[in-house]
Design a protein around this ligand. Sequence first.
Ligand SMILES: C[S@@+](CC[C@H](N)C(=O)[O-])C[C@H]1O[C@@H](n2cnc3c(N)ncnc32)[C@H](O)[C@@H]1O
Length: 196
Amino acid sequence: MEDKRKIFFDRHAENWDCHLTHHNLARVVEEAEIEKGAIICDVGTGTGVLVPLLHRKVGKKGKIIAIDYSSEMIKKAKEKYGKLPVEFIVADIHRTDFPDNYFDYVICNACFPHFENKKMALKEIYRILKKEGIIVISHPTGKEFVNKLHKETGGCIKRDRVPPGIVLARTLKEFKFTPLKVIDEPEFYLVSAVKS
Ligand SMILES: C[S@@+](CC[C@H](N)C(=O)[O-])C[C@H]1O[C@@H](n2cnc3c(N)ncnc32)[C@H](O)[C@@H]1O
């Protein structure tokens, strides 16, 4: 059965950027501690807001693959950043075609609460990360803002919630990750963990 959220994101892709705030995006990239030359998967890239920042960080020797299950979002991201050396792929993080142990970082910025099956998505992220690879789950506006927005927006996203940082860190441990950072401030949220 198709995830109703995908239709929601397809429908909103055209005007998505009108509602976006770029608040704290640079901090996401800083706190992720991305190294030059890294291979990164930007999950749920949307219109690609993180792409130029990630590109600057990894440099010419790095590689960025930006995925989204909404083909309309990927279309928008390509319109904006198609000239950068970045691969844009329509793909669902629950089941991808990437090889095992491929990425140094998998970044889920402002998309984790929307994953229909968190267990399946986390298992897939674990599979595609290299050993010592890092998962980053971030919300640059903080969890309260996001949770309120989803509730007020209603429809298929009304119950999509960002959990408290310590709860997410515990969940990541259950999936064999070792938590690195838990930042759960009123206006910034980032949890990272390493595949051990
Ligand atoms: C709130 S937007 C955030 C977009 C972007 N990361 C940003 O920070 O602006 C969430 C995005 O996640 C995507 N998404 C949700 N579930 C997904 C999944 N299972 N696989 C891939 N993309 C997904 C949606 O299509 C949407 O573009």
